[in-house]
Ligand binder design. Structure first.
Ligand code: F3S
Length: 403
């Protein structure tokens, strides 16, 4: 890789051990992926925040890096942690877990990182612009940033993203380059795709077919491609196929530029979503401990829709709507939180089912309208999972069982 004088000096340790270590990581990644040089990044989203996933070894690694003087030099935000930072006690999170999780956050904030703890930084003031180079971890956010916002990021791992934040740059490879943003697969959608769960089922099916590729979708109703539905599509296609960038004809900002695809490896049609619904709806019991909406974290519009649909009806199962704490606060100030809580639901911040210590909360079976949530529920949270529309999920919450 070509290094500038400043980069060479960082690598030699002139700016301290914390910076040297970060530079070593970004140089190693850039070399592995044959980057010629570095590109400056304007924002970093760090994943790998939950103590459930990091454990004591991860916590120690972060503490040591912070003690070595590592400090971020570009705005940097965090993915969800393993608990709601303000309400963990009343939600039943164990105190010993909470203490370790707080220690993880202390290490991150000591490095100058903002404890946003959301997978939707783009909903809370951190939306990159078209063409911005960023370094984001969190597959659903990466997919949204690349595809819907037209920013440029690879799928960064936790240490790689943190290193990029500390040195303010990342290797110029992968999706930072024009040639890798062209579609690899044409997908003709020939069935109705309207609801958020439809977009999740579609994302699951497309991801299975184009793993690691760049799908270009035709035939979707442009009016149905709103922020919520694109958020859920991108999360599902990233979960089932590690897709970091997609284009939708007439919707996403780079779809026009790619009307003459040059990297094509395949073409297929989606005639029905049934297979996607069937694959994601895998629980064999009808009783529900929890209904989970907000994967990726819910927007204010989604929360308002849920409050309207509940319309004061009481839920029997636990109902969690996960959202950024800024969104929760805004929902509170608009009276939406009170309406949700009147029905017995909760808006839970800073965390989600996949990164929370679900076993300790006694959850065995859940329902969700998220394709990603349903994809990872059984494997990552070890929870039997039903998947369906928002209406089906809220009905299940009210009845306490899936029908
Ligand atoms: Fe976000 Fe957790 Fe879903 S990080 S995308 S709510 S699995």
């Amino acid at each position: 890789m070509r290094l500038t004088d400043e980069e060479r000096s960082m690598l030699q340790g002139d700016q301290g051990e914390g910076v040297r270590k970060a530079m070593e990581i970004v140089v190693a990644l850039g070399t592995i992926y044959s980057a010629d040089d570095f590109v400056p990044v304007s924002h970093v989203q760090v994943s790998g925040v939950s103590y459930k996933n990091l454990g004591d070894a991860g916590l120690e690694f972060l503490r040591e890096w912070a003690a070595q003087g590592a400090c971020v030099r570009v705005p940097t935000t965090l993915n969800p942690a393993g608990m709601d930072l303000r309400h963990w006690r009343e939600l039943g999170f164990p105190a010993d877990f909470a203490a370790q999780q707080q220690a993880v956050l202390d290490a991150f904030t000591a490095m100058g990182i903002e404890a946003t703890c959301t997978c939707t930084p783009y909903l809370v003031g951190y939306a990159p612009k078209l063409g911005d180079h960023i370094a984001w971890g969190e597959s659903s956010a990466i997919s949204f940033a690349n595809s819907v916002l037209g920013a440029r990021t690879n799928r960064e791992g936790g240490p790689g993203a943190l290193a990029a934040a500390i040195v303010g740059r990342t290797g110029r490879f992968g999706l930072h380059l024009d040639e890798n943003r062209a579609p690899t697969h044409l997908v003709d959608v020939r069935c109705p795709v309207r609801r958020a769960s439809d977009f999740g089922a579609l994302g699951y099916l497309v991801g299975k077919r184009v793993a690691n590729g760049v799908p270009y979708l035709r035939g979707l109703d442009v009016a149905a491609c709103d922020v919520t539905n694109l958020k859920l599509f991108g999360a599902a296609v990233a979960a089932s196929g590690a897709v970091a960038l997609y284009h939708i004809e007439g919707v996403t900002p780079e779809s026009n530029l790619k009307s003459q695809p040059s990297n094509l490896k395949g073409e297929f049609a989606v005639e029905s979503l049934d297979e996607g619904y069937a694959a994601l709806n895998r629980a064999d019991t009808s009783s529900i401990d929890l209904v989970w909406i907000g994967c990726p974290h819910a927007s204010l519009e989604e929360i308002e829709l849920i409050a309207d649909k509940l319309d004061g009806r009481r839920v029997r199962s636990v109902l969690w709507i996960t959202a950024a704490h800024q969104v929760r606060d805004e929902a509170a100030s608009r009276g939406l939180l009170a309406r949700i809580e009147k029905s017995g639901g909760r808006i839970v911040s800073d965390t989600c089912l996949v990164v929370a210590p679900v076993e300790a909360l006694g959850i065995r079976c859940m329902a969700t309208n998220s394709g990603k949530g349903a994809f990872y529920g059984p494997s990552h949270a070890h929870v039997a999972t039903h998947f369906g529309s928002l209406e089906q999920c809220l009905d299940a919450a009210i009845r306490g069982e899936w029908q």
